[in-house]
Design a protein around this ligand. Sequence first.
Ligand code: MRU
Length: 348
Amino acid sequence: MNKREAGDTVRAVMWEEGAVRLLDQRRLPGAEDYLRLRSAAAVGDAIRNMAVRGAPAIGIAAAYGVVLAARECHERQGRDWREAMDPVLQTLGAARPTAVNLRWALERMRARFADAVDAPETMLLEEARLIHEQDIAGNRRMGDLGAGQITGAVLTYCNAGSLATGGYGTALGVVRSAWRDGRLDQVFACETRPWMQGARLTVWELQQDGIPATLITDAAAASLMQAGRVRNVVTGADRIAANGDTANKIGTYGLAVIARHHGIPFMVAAPTSTIDLAAAGAADIPIEHRDAEEITRVGGVETAPAGTCAENPVFDVTPAALVDLLVTEKGLIRGPDRDKISALFASG
Ligand code: MRU
């Protein structure tokens, strides 16, 4: 799982010596600091505070958090450890509301509780590791499927890379595979206000693997498209409804609109763990709102007058009709809709 190949060297979430090890993404690119977390509460804080972020990475960190919780509860309550797990799962699950991979991973872990009566840590760790390994394998598959659709320059948003997943990345998995196959000549990374995941994380991550990236402001995307310099837009997703409506970092919807205006294919790369069949459409996707200070300050410095009223939704929903291609580990869907998505799940 931690095997790193050329072109795929970054890992943000690890299980090491009985603890969760996280690359603290708040400090990148200035510092490469690792947190060593030994309690489920600490993992919940790390998710809430964005030390780990990106939908699949949040789910994997939470799965390891469940292992820590089971250890704590077993030490305290012996064979009755499962009774104490509910509040822990609830706290972990509430840490970030939009990324459905969090709920998905917690449900998968809970499904193993019944088999893990006497030695929960060992058995649950197996499941968490499996979730992690499957995520990386799925990303490689998605990368290879998506790469076949790429030619020339790609524009990407936020960070949907190794840092946001178990490894290899979703959108950046497509970028990695396309770069390896010689199909890609340029990556434009949007800054992604206000957390700057594009500038701080995507550019850093691609630099680690020697893939050239050009940073642009979010506002420059439209004029770059108008000038014919973007051939594909590729993003990840935090939750995809059963009809293909896609929640991703705030600003993604705008990119999809301008891509359609310019006739540029808009590709979403996401594992099936990001598809929420219980959400019929956009209206069923909860949108996380974060502290207004994230936009009234930059780097700790006030950039808006005191008392500014600010609103900070951190995700938006792109209607399925604007998604040209959905790439998952199970296959590729052109023009995703309810029927095609349910056929994808039915295909096994
Ligand atoms: O707020 P973040 O940084 O967790 O948001 C992340 C994104 O929006 C990513 O694009 C998404 O999770 C897909 S990651 C493979």
